[in-house]
Design a protein around this ligand. Structure first.
Ligand SMILES: Cc1cc2nc3c(=O)[nH]c(=O)nc-3n(C[C@H](O)[C@H](O)[C@H](O)COP(=O)(O)OP(=O)(O)OC[C@H]3O[C@@H](n4cnc5c(N)ncnc54)[C@H](O)[C@@H]3O)c2cc1C
Ligand SMILES: NC(=O)C1=CN([C@@H]2O[C@H](COP(=O)(O)OP(=O)(O)OC[C@H]3O[C@@H](n4cnc5c(N)ncnc54)[C@H](OP(=O)(O)O)[C@@H]3O)[C@@H](O)[C@H]2O)C=CC1
Ligand SMILES: Nc1ccccc1C(=O)C[C@H](N)C(=O)O
Length: 494
């Protein structure tokens, strides 16, 4: 009898859904993707789906996942990337200061969200055993009978679709997660922060020569931040020389911006340089037409049910965007699940018949939840902390002092070799405790061989040492200053 592969259904054709489908197809599953929205590659869909952000920062965790699952995906998805090597702080005084992300010069990359999603969709649609159904919305799932109800949004007809394995990659408001909660004892925590965001476009500058290229109005190799303590503006570069600026502010601050005059004068007070580059008309246009988005953080546990379902990406863990890790983490979920299924010898061609439980798959999904939970909790918390750092701390002397100490200690006690550099794309699971002194930002952003939870723990230990060193340095400096003053005072008296 010919072997027939079992069927995996992936819900959601966002970046995480597309990469999951390719990973499952690599393993031999027959895959169907159901996506509620129209195919974003079609000219008729361009600009219709209101996406949450225009661009996003991709970093080695996301890149490693792409590379592992589909080696061609990396070059393709990064073709429009603009490297950002550090933060550029725009102080209230108008002064600019650059803060590199990493002492060895590594960068995070600003990419167009739609381009990334379209590229992954294209790769998935070219993969032989993947079929994609657009305008098909999952309405409900009966996991015990392994069948889901799907609404065809064109015809408005509902149909039943059977499956063996279901991957929920359907974003923050996941229906798969909601359905899982009915059958598992899922712990679930959802927090809306009291801040919202609004995107503003900064156009490209004029060419320097009549037939020349347009220019960037700000340095393109930085992520620009205007920290104003309780709110902030940021700007990420795009390949077409524009910047996408995002204003993050408490709802009560946004609510004060009720008329064009108030908006312009508020910008004149807080972001005069940004206002002159964005322009008043463009600013007022975007305030009027762009939606204000809310910011949500979601933690859940477990992520799976028996041998038949798992949630990945924002469906499993929405985080506030301030570490630029939401998607990177979602892509990393796919890589970790992929290795967990391979290591668990899960074989879509060799499963039990009928409705019997596939024990290898059940064990692998359990192992995934066990391995992943601490990390996902850690990055959701780190993302929250990074908001305070970006909107407030970056401009304070105490932060700059600690950062200088942190970087100095990293250069004094750097590990003799960088295990990630030597083992670039062979890393399957995050390693044990990393040696040497490593700044938190480096571990989270540039070291996919270090898990988020380990990074958080190591940073806490280093933080304590930093505090003692800081006090000791301050005391030594004060002591040295006092001694110098005493000597000088003594000399002057003679
Ligand atoms: C302002 C902002 C800035 C961000 N910046 C960054 C950044 O710089 N770096 C970073 O790594 N992350 C960033 N993120 C986070 C990132 O956007 C998300 O983590 C990422 O989009 C999650 O991808 P996903 O595939 O899990 O979900 P999504 O991209 O939401 O995809 C889910 C898909 O499922 C579909 N769907 C939903 N329900 C159903 C259903 N019932 N049936 C069928 N289909 C369904 C949706 O239509 C959608 O296409 C940012 C987020 C925000 C809000
Ligand atoms: N962590 C965060 O703070 C935030 C993260 N995000 C993430 O950014 C990514 C891109 O966002 P985007 O593509 O614009 O996704 P959206 O949030 O606009 O919508 C995705 C799906 O969720 C449904 N949905 C939206 N809002 C709600 C709600 N309040 N209650 C129930 N269902 C809802 C929509 O269904 P329907 O069309 O039927 O309404 C839609 O199909 C997503 O991963 C999203 O999860 C987005 C916002 C904030
Ligand atoms: N992409 C983002 C979107 C929104 C807010 C922040 C980011 C960042 O990437 C911040 C960056 N990691 C930083 O710490 O400077």
């Amino acid at each position: 009898m010919p072997e027939v592969a079992r069927k995996a259904v992936v819900v959601g054709a966002g970046p995480v859904g597309c990469l999951s489908a390719i990973a499952l197809s690599n393993m031999g599953w027959e895959v169907e993707i159901y996506e509620a929205r129209p195919d974003m590659r079609l000219p008729s869909s361009k600009g219709t789906a209101q996406q949450r952000s225009i661009n996003l920062a991709i970093s080695p965790r996301g890149i490693l996942a792409l590379q592992t699952i589909h080696p061609d995906a990396t070059d393709r998805c990064l073709r429009t990337a603009v490297p950002m090597r550090g933060r550029m702080i725009h102080h209230t005084t108008g002064k600019l200061s650059s803060q590199p992300y990493d002492r060895s010069g590594q960068s995070i990359k600003s990419i167009d969200r739609a381009v990334l999603n379209e590229d992954l969709l294209e790769l998935a649609s070219k993969t032989a055993n993947i079929r994609i159904f657009f305008r098909h919305k999952i309405v409900s799932i009966d996991f015990d009978s392994r069948v889901m109800q799907i609404e065809n949004m064109e015809s408005k007809n509902n149909s039943s679709v059977p499956f063996h394995f279901c991957v929920g990659a359907d974003g923050s408001y996941s229906v798969v997660r909601r359905q899982l909660m009915r059958v598992t004892r899922m712990n679930y925590e959802q927090t809306y922060i009291p801040h919202e965001y609004l995107e503003l476009r900064m156009a490209a500058g004029p060419p320097h020569t009549p037939d020349g290229e347009p220019t960037f109005l700000l340095d393109p190799n930085h992520l620009h931040i205007w920290p104003r303590h309780s709110f902030m503006l940021i700007a990420l570069p795009n390949q077409d020389k524009t910047f996408t600026c995002t204003l993050f502010a408490p709802t009560k601050e946004f609510d004060k911006l009720t008329s064009p005059d108030v908006i312009v004068s508020w910008f004149k007070t807080h972001f005069p340089d940004a206002l002159s580059l964005i322009g008043q008309d463009a600013l007022l246009h975007d305030f009027k037409h762009n939606p204000r988005g809310s910011l949500i953080s979601i933690k859940a546990n477990p992520y799976h049910y028996k041998d038949r379902a798992v949630v990945l990406g924002d469906a499993a863990h929405s985080m506030v965007p301030f570490f630029g890790q939401g998607l990177n983490c979602g892509l990393e979920d796919v890589r970790v699940l992929y290795y967990t299924l391979l290591n668990g010898h899960v074989n879509p061609l060799d499963g039990p018949s009928g409705d019997a439980v596939d024990e290898s798959l059940e064990k692998a999904l359990h192992a995934y939840t066990e391995a992943r939970h601490e990390d996902l909790k850690a990055i959701c918390e780190l993302a929250m902390d990074n908001y305070t750092e970006m909107r407030h701390s970056v401009a304070t002397p105490s932060y700059l002092f600690r950062k200088t100490l942190d970087t100095t200690l990293a250069s004094l006690f750097s590990p003799p070799t960088d295990p990630y550099a030597n083992n670039k794309f062979g890393v399957a699971f995050p390693t044990a405790w990393p040696s040497g002194w490593l700044p938190l930002y480096t571990m989270v952003t540039f070291r996919p061989d270090i898990s988020y939870a380990t990074a958080k723990r190591k940073a806490r230990t280093q933080g304590k040492i930093l505090s003692y060193t800081g006090w000791a340095t301050a005391a030594t400096t004060v002591g040295a200053a006092a001694a110098a003053a005493y000597t000088l005072f003594g000399r002057l008296r003679k």
